[in-house]
Design a protein around this ligand. Structure first.
Ligand code: ZN
Length: 117
């Protein structure tokens, strides 16, 4: 028997964790369950050409990213920008890389870093 909170192992017969006061479970959920990864918006663009460039740049890094609204963009070109979403813990790095490029192509709005101090 295991406590689902502190993961202590208990012998058969115990029902509650003495520390956490929660009901014990027979098995702990597997540790390799996919962790929830938080993504944050780094920039947005209306220009599909920008997206192609950004992809080629980001593919040469180890940054995890995806484009949100990429496919809507073709249906409704001016309705919503395609947003570049980057893993939160890599967003600083991504911003730095994209800033260093001194982006000259149009349509890109680099978001201001809200965490700026
Ligand atoms: Zn416990």
């Amino acid at each position: 028997m295991f406590c689902p909170i502190c993961k202590s192992e208990y012998r058969e017969g115990f029902r509650r964790c003495a520390e956490c006061n929660v009901r014990l479970v027979k098995e702990l959920p597997p540790d390799d369950a996919p962790e929830f990864i938080d993504y944050t918006e780094v920039l947005s663009t209306f220009n599909p050409a920008d997206i192609a460039i950004l992809k080629s740049i980001l593919n040469s890094t180890d940054i995890d990213y995806f484009f949100q609204g990429e496919h809507f963009g073709y249906l409704r070109p001016l309705a919503l920008p395609t947003r570049l979403m980057v893993r939160k813990d890599q967003s600083e790095n991504a911003r730095k890389i994209l800033r260093d490029l001194k982006l000259s192509f149009s349509g890109i709005n680099l978001l201001k870093n809200k965490e700026k101090r």
